[in-house]
Write a protein that binds this ligand. Structure first.
Ligand code: AMP
Ligand code: MN
Ligand code: MN
Length: 342
């Protein structure tokens, strides 16, 4: 792909035209985002659902089981537009997916996507498997929210405050609050357009990052207290890893979905290029978050472990033992080419 990062040219003109025509012609449109949705997945889908409402187009919007909106996203406008995935059409005519790099990321709605006549895949993962019939995939986009804004614009819908809030949450979460390398001038231009609808950035930041119940502090303390630094991993660039167990959370009655910020503390470690947090969910599986500072592609390692993501932020689900996964990570990170050694 030769187009500059974040440019609309990454998506073919005919793909835009097909997507707009399909949505215009559809009697009803089915929306889905990836399981355990983050701000980008759910914010983009809810913004789009509200755009369809403005158009007067009937729709169904959902995400695969478990159908629980993460606590930190419960301030998003439009949650009332969601439908239980059990009530989702089995064979959608036109389906649009948000922030899902592969069909299996749709969880229980993957079966519906398989049966859909048309699937418009809206995403920004370079690893996207192009599982649809029309692909609005821009690996240069900082967030799926940026691609979603372009589609809303092409449908001729003016952004409302509530649509823009979903898109803004997607943009700030996927850029780490405008800190990651994907934060181009276009990202700030988009943020400017979104803010112009009346969004209060300080309120968004408080909801997304700057609040937690008191019980978060002992859980964070336990996780940080057992963090392990392995300086030799990744060709000497270093890895830091830790766990957050169900027992940690039970002691403070802390729900699983409040653990997203733990990786942001762990990844500060100067001595480690790679940071990994194993989070035990309520079913006993480990949801694993990985981050790199740009010199190692953790996305490749996570794909090898059955997950996916971006070069600097990726994850996978582990049903086995943490020590085995750490061992696999050591091996994979030894093999993965270091991008630059600045
Ligand atoms: P997280 O650490 O949960 O913030 O996830 C970082 C990124 O990794 C996400 O934006 C996804 O692109 C990807 N990711 C996380 N978990 C998985 C998974 N189980 N399977 C595939 N991709 C994942
Ligand atoms: Mn996502
Ligand atoms: Mn995203």
């Amino acid at each position: 792909m030769n187009s500059p990062p974040g440019s609309t040219a990454a998506i073919a003109a005919d793909a835009w035209e097909r997507a707009v025509a399909s949505i215009d012609e559809a009697e009803t449109v089915c929306l889905a985002c990836h399981v355990c949705p983050d701000g980008d997945a759910l914010g983009s889908m809810l913004a789009f659902a509200q755009a369809l409402r403005v158009l007067g187009k009937p729709f169904t919007a959902s995400f695969g089981d478990v159908f629980v909106v993460p606590r930190i996203l419960r301030f998003l406008p439009g949650l009332d537009l969601l439908t239980d995935p059990g009530d989702y059409p089995a064979e959608p005519d036109v389906m649009v997916t948000f922030d899902a790099a592969s069909r299996d990321r749709l969880g229980s709605l993957a079966a519906n996507a398989r049966k859909a006549r048309e699937v418009i895949v809206l995403d920004h993962h370079a690893s996207n498997t192009r599982f649809g019939t029309t692909h609005l995939v821009d690996p240069g986009a900082a967030a799926t929210a940026a691609v979603t804004e372009r589609l809303i614009d092409r449908l001729g819908v003016a952004l409302t405050h509530d649509m823009a809030l979903g898109l803004y949450v997607g943009l700030v979460t996927d850029t780490g609050s405008f800190k990651y390398a994907a934060t181009t001038p276009e990202v700030h231009a988009l943020a400017g357009r979104l803010l112009a609808t009346g969004i209060r950035p300080e309120l968004v930041a408080r909801e997304v990052w700057d609040r937690a119940p008191f019980g978060y502090l002992p859980v964070l303390s336990a996780a940080l207290g057992r963090a392990t630094l392995e300086p030799d991993v990744a060709g000497g660039l270093g890895m830091v890893w830790t766990t957050v167990t169900r027992a940690d959370r039970a002691a403070s009655a802390l729900p699983y979905d409040l653990l997203e910020g733990v990786i942001d503390v762990v990844r500060r470690t100067d001595e480690a290029e790679v940071a990994v947090v194993f989070k035990e969910d309520d079913e006993g599986a480990w949801q694993v978050s990985t981050r790199s500072k740009g010199r190692v592609d953790v996305g490749m390692a996570c794909v090898a472990l059955g997950g996916g993501g971006h070069p600097t932020a990726a994850g996978f689900t582990l049903h086995g033992e943490v020590r085995h996964a750490v061992e696999r990570l050591r091996e994979l990170l030894a093999e993965i080419e270091v991008v630059t050694r600045t």
